[in-house]
Write a protein that binds this ligand. Structure first.
Ligand code: MSP
Length: 523
């Protein structure tokens, strides 16, 4: 059986997670569910990145110990993922002993191997990003990543010898075209960081305490990124007594990260793995950001939107759909109340929900709810629809294999539109008047079959909606719900639709709901 190991970054528990932050996790969850549906042994990891100065300061602000603070936040994160029906297998907290011990061992090994050496560091440090910058990297004297103030800091520190691995990394990029997706991110790494000369990375801090101590020099705390990145293997038991999961799942098949942390995952992470003599993940997928019309989401701008609140009003699947559908490969996605309501009304309500409703009501009207079986003699229009459907499934697979998620979803919606158009073309209400019901049977059969396929295709992304469709069209047999069953027009014996169709998405009042979402953002 094929295995599929997918990871999200571990989240900084520095505040509530907005819809942008939730994007990575929804995507990873969808990929896991897709591979499960394909019959693979899929395993998903997520967690929280609990060390570092930012967390220490955050806890202090709230009058808590760092441990109390992160305990509360890890519980919050788990609750949110439950609300979003994220099906992770493991949730790693970097404060757990299983992680801490192994990070210390890894650091020790790097020291022994000579990959890590002692020196002195001076630089501009951004506390929220946990990153040092050189003078030239600053933008108008501020952090180039988040735009906030930076502090000049100097400390005795250990360094990781990145230069030693630069050529190997470049060669790896070249020989593994699937390693970085989309490809333009690779060029960014090469041109912005590797070609100008990879600098050694400062991997310890002495200015704060909340972190994993270097075993042989405990006044040093291990840099939060060394601590964080290694979670992908410590969670599998790497370096521990029981490393069976590690043996089974490593290397990861897909590691998903946002563009802001691409550098850490595309340069430092592979180099750490090389230094540990471990294979590299098959693909690291870098996605863009969910932004607002007026730029980044931020509390000060009053434009933040949290997933729970949207879910409460519009249901989980519409939020998952919006996020996945709106994220282009090469630009940021924009969340706007107008855009959300439009996707809801057009894609979900007009296209998908209506297709289901029209079909279920016709099966009831013309055949007392019983789905006519394949006649075996489809006419030209039916044959064309079959071909079209199979072509769309292939188009979906091609896009998803390349991790172009929004484009893959679009291919499903093209199929939905085509199927709606098929109703208008074949005009079942006219066919119903014909003596010979052969043509009508074939049309209705094809509608149900396309809906069955559409349900399977959307299932990884919108599980509840898919199940709802399958229930309404009366598909109970598990064999008719598998990925393998997608490519064929199946024998639909003894299938009965429900007596009265239930709309899965009800049309929203555009103005009212736009206002509602705007108010959520102001709250
Ligand atoms: N702790 C680090 C990751 C360490 S992984 C070894 C971190 N955490 S984070 O909480 O700040 O971000 C978690 C994920 O959310 C990252 O992939 C980040 O890119 C993503 N996003 C944060 N804001 C986002 C948007 N507005 N839109 C999309 N993704 C966003 O980074």
């Amino acid at each position: 059986m094929n295995k599929f190991y997918v990871t999200t970054p571990i989240y900084y528990p520095s505040g509530r997670f907005h819809i942008g932050t939730a994007y990575t996790t929804v995507l990873a969850d969808s990929m896991k569910k897709l591979h499960l549906l394909k019959g693979e042994d899929a395993y998903m990891l997520t967690g929280t990145d609990e060390h570092g100065q930012k967390i220490e300061e955050k806890a202090e602000e709230q009058g808590k110990t760092p441990k109390e603070y992160v305990d509360g936040m890890a519980a919050y994160a788990q609750e949110l993922w439950k609300t979003m029906k994220i099906d992770y297998n493991d949730f790693l907290r970097t404060t757990e002993e299983r992680h801490v011990k192994v990070v210390q061992k890894i650091f020790d090994r790097f020291m022994e191997q000579g990959d890590i050496y002692k020196g002195e560091y001076e630089g501009w440090y951004c506390v929220p990003c946990e990153s040092y910058f050189t003078e030239t990297q600053l933008v108008d004297g501020k952090c180039p990543d988040c735009g906030r103030d930076v502090r000049l800091m100097k400390e005795e520190a250990y360094f990781f010898n990145m230069k030693k691995y630069a050529d190997r990394l470049l060669k790896y990029y070249e020989e593994h075209p699937d390693f970085i997706k989309p490809e333009y991110r690779k060029n960014e790494m090469i041109n912005n960081f590797i070609k100008p000369g990879l600098e050694d990375l400062c991997v310890t801090r002495t200015t704060f305490d909340w972190g994993i101590k270097v075993l042989k020099d405990p006044k040093h705390v291990i840099y939060v990124w060394v601590d964080a990145l290694t979670n992908y293997i410590t969670a599998l038991g790497y370096g521990s007594k029981d490393d069976s999961l590690f043996k089974k799942y490593w290397p990861a098949d897909l590691q998903i990260v946002g563009k802001d942390i691409a550098r850490f995952h595309l340069i430092y992470w592979p180099i750490f793995l090389m230094a540990l003599d471990l294979p590299l993940p098959k693909t690291i997928l870098v996605h863009n950001w969910v932004t607002m019309k007026d730029g980044k989401m931020s509390k000060s701008k009053g434009n933040v939107i949290y997933p729970e609140e949207l879910i409460e009003r519009y249901g989980l699947d519409s939020v998952r759909y919006f996020l996945l559908r709106e994220m282009p490969v090469s630009q940021d996605a924009i969340f706007s109340p107008e855009g959300f309501v439009e996707r809801y009304n057009f894609d979900l309500c007009n296209d998908l929900s209506n297709l289901l409703n029209r079909t279920v009501s016709m099966v009831n009207k013309y055949f007392k709810g019983e789905v006519p079986n394949y006649s075996g003699t489809p006419n030209e229009v039916d044959e064309e629809l079959e071909e079209y459907c199979l072509k769309q499934i292939s188009a979906f697979e091609e896009k998803i294999d390349n991790y172009e998620i929004a484009n893959a979803l679009q291919e499903i919606w093209v199929l939905i539109s085509r199927t709606n158009k098929y109703i208008d073309e074949t005009m079942p209400w006219i066919l119903a008047k014909e003596e010979d019901k052969g043509k009508l049977k074939s049309v209705i059969y094809h509608l149900i079959e396309n809906l069955r396929k559409i349900a399977i295709l959307i299932k990884p992304f919108m599980n509840d909606t898919a199940d709802n469709i399958l229930r309404q069209i009366g598909v109970k047999d598990e064999k008719l719900k598998t990925w393998n069953s997608l490519k064929e027009y199946k024998n639909l014996k003894d299938i009965k639709v429900i007596e009265k169709g239930e709309p899965i998405f009800m049309r929203l009042n555009t103005e009212e709901e736009i206002e509602y979402i705007k108010n959520l953002m102001k709250k």
